[in-house]
Design a binder for this molecule. Sequence first.
Ligand SMILES: *Cc1c(COP(=O)(O)O)cnc(C)c1O
Length: 425
Amino acid sequence: MSNLIERDQQHIWHPLTQHKVKKEMLPIKSAKGVMLTDHDGKEYIDGISSWYTAVYGHCNEYITEKVSAQMKNLDQVVFSGFTHQPAVELSEALIEILPDGQQKIFFNDNGSTATEIGIKMALQYHYNQQNDRKVMLAFEEGFHGDTFGAMSVSDLSVYNGAFQDHFIAVKRIPVPNGKNTDEILKQIEEIHQQTPLAGFIYEPLVQGAAAMKIHDAEGLNEILRFCKQRDIVMVADEVMTGFGKTGKNFASYYIETKPDIVCMSKALTAGLLPMGATSCTQKVFDAFYDEDIAKGLFHGHTYTANPLACAAALAGIELLTSEKIQSNIERIHQQHLAFAKKMNLNPLVKNTRCLGTIFAMDLAVENSRYGNLRDRIYNFFMSKGIYLRPLGNTVYIACPYVITEIQLNKIYIAIIGLLDILKNI
Ligand SMILES: *Cc1c(COP(=O)(O)O)cnc(C)c1O
């Protein structure tokens, strides 16, 4: 194992990492179902589905078989000028489960490009109609990815100082909390009068990177209604919330007003291959549909609609819509609710939140987002064979839907163990 750690240090630059502070990466040898296994043979329950991707379990045989069959038939082909069955079938399957009104699917590579394209669609939608609207609206503490457009609309760009002067124009509003809706609407009205808004990008109901913060559905609906009336393009970033995590196929199902554009990635391909997709309504598409070539969306990635990724996504959607997975999602939610009830009685727990398979709680202790205590909590869980990534003083679970009752209980027991230790510091 040490050999791999040293060789990693020779040539690899890891994401979101200050290498002088974080020196060693843990080599993972294999993954199966909800378990990750390192090179020493130690096992960890993957409590966050490897960043919300592997929701049907790692190396899921149903999915790997579909992908290997596809691999023998058509591996990759240019998607400009060509099409193929896996992409066509996936577009149909996505439209089937997406919120009402979505009509066209634009394929891409990852979550950041999915939102980047959502932003570009919103801006060019107005540009094509000669509307002078160049500003995006976004939530405080939102996260939409790490490419330039996505970074611009994100508010969690603490370490993005080097790029800030190059960001696109963004105005920011607080998330609705059930009491501030009127204030927010007034704020948007003022912004829109001064700098006409092209689009509004939002993570529906759950802000994942902000530590699984959940906001008010009714308030969000009011904001969306406001946008809809003024033709401010509504871009739902469902990269994290999509494909069942919130208990519905998409979080937008909880909100009456449906988005114009939906960004997807992460669980889209069941954790097997990188892919993103951005869907839109006929109305958005029509603003690009013209004899004038320049009115088209001139955006494309080499691996767009990669057939293998499409095959993985299709198999994933089949599983998602199966009775078994749907009942698992409901069972996980019930377990979370019962655990939250218990946690709410603990003086070291400030609050809890549950939505579908997502559970989060804030600890009543001081801790910064990447502070020292956070590392100690992380290491504590790893020592117990549980992989969780606490953020600041938030501990959250976003487990694979195939997790058993017993495995989920093991995560809860580790959290209770953590609280016992925290009592004494
Ligand atoms: C992860 C995430 C992204 C970025 O996706 P990447 O694939 O990491 O580029 C964008 N939006 C949300 C809400 C996310 O959770």
